[in-house]
Design a protein around this ligand. Structure first.
Ligand code: AMP
Ligand code: MN
Ligand code: MN
Ligand code: MN
Length: 283
């Protein structure tokens, strides 16, 4: 069953390149039945996604991916089955989008000083009215020949120590979990292996996350190797966290892994959807 479930993906409401409708159609074509839209710090794609899911006979899980700063490091916390009309959640997300606006200008100023003009206008146009993410700068830099692919553009320009990097000042971990819980959702640590943390530090993160009321760990992720999936399965068991499964799809140009190529959830993990009512789409 887990092969029909993908709980992490992006649309044009953040840094994905497909509209919510096109994203759901893509997910349908890859065999997905239960699908979460989890845009960065933004829930504005969910209404359209829900309509598209209904038309396709799929179940949309209302989600969000919240940017968090924990011990000076950026961590992503996915919220699943949130009530997107919740005021506390929306206030929190609005603050993060405010930081994104400031940061985008700052990134562009720094790129300008290192000889790359016009980045703000270009990134803003690519974001078409939504929040600007580093991915929009990446698209601009690749299109103008500064790098040949996403991996290279981030490494050269957009990570710590490089000309277009501005350190994050995102939500507190406990606040992000709290907003999700107040909105009736479940909090999940996204793509844990991507943080390149020592095992000791990852244990501290999971202890803090549990203490804050977090419930899930993205055991299966489009950016995890099979070894990392096994490692995260062990940590999920150690901390009694449910396992989640998400491709982190951003569109055809920037694929970590296609939805239909994600590994299955290891059988010893309790999936986060174990008590969800998913029956209608599986009958
Ligand atoms: P932001 O939240 O604006 O700082 O942007 C982070 C986003 O950049 C992530 O959600 C990814 O979509 C993308 N990203 C970060 N690192 C890479 C990378 N090495 N390759 C491709 N995309 C990346
Ligand atoms: Mn992204
Ligand atoms: Mn992420
Ligand atoms: Mn993501």
């Amino acid at each position: 069953m887990s092969k029909h479930i993908d709980l992490h993906a992006h649309s044009t409401a953040s840094d994905g390149t497909l509209t919510p409708t096109a994203l759901l159609q893509h997910a349908y074509s890859k065999g997905m039945k239960v699908f979460a839209l989890t845009d960065h710090d933004d829930t504005s794609g969910l209404v359209e996604a829900d309509i598209a899911a209904s038309n396709l006979g799929m179940q949309l899980v209302s989600g969000v991916e919240i940017s968090v700063t924990w011990h000076k490091q950026t961590i992503h916390v996915v919220g699943l089955n949130i009530d997107a009309t919740n005021e506390n959640l929306q206030q929190g997300l609005a603050g993060l989008r405010e930081f994104r606006r400031w940061r985008a200008q700052e990134i562009a100023d720094r790129l300008d000083k290192s000889g790359i003009p016009g980045a703000f206008e270009a990134a803003r146009a690519l974001a078409s009215g939504k929040s600007i993410s580093r991915t929009h700068f990446a698209h601009f830099l690749i299109a103008n020949g500064y790098a040949k692919n996403f991996k290279q553009v981030f490494k050269r320009y957009l990570v710590n120590g490089k000309p277009g990097y501005v350190s994050g000042n995102w939500a507190e971990l406990a606040d992000a979990v709290d907003w999700i819980k107040q909105a009736g959702g479940q909090a999940v640590i996204a793509h844990p292996a991507r943080y390149r943390m020592s095992l000791t530090k990852l244990n501290v993160l999971l202890e803090d996350f549990k203490a804050a009321g977090g419930e899930g760990l993205e055991v299966v992720s489009g950016s995890h190797t099979l070894d990392e999936v096994q490692k995260m399965a062990r940590l999920a068991a150690k901390y009694s966290l449910y396992g989640s499964r998400g491709s982190d799809y951003h569109g055809p140009e920037n694929v970590y892994m296609e939805m239909d190529r994600l590994p299955a959830m290891p059988s010893d993990v309790i999936p986060i959807w174990h008590n969800w009512s998913t029956a209608t789409v599986f009958n």
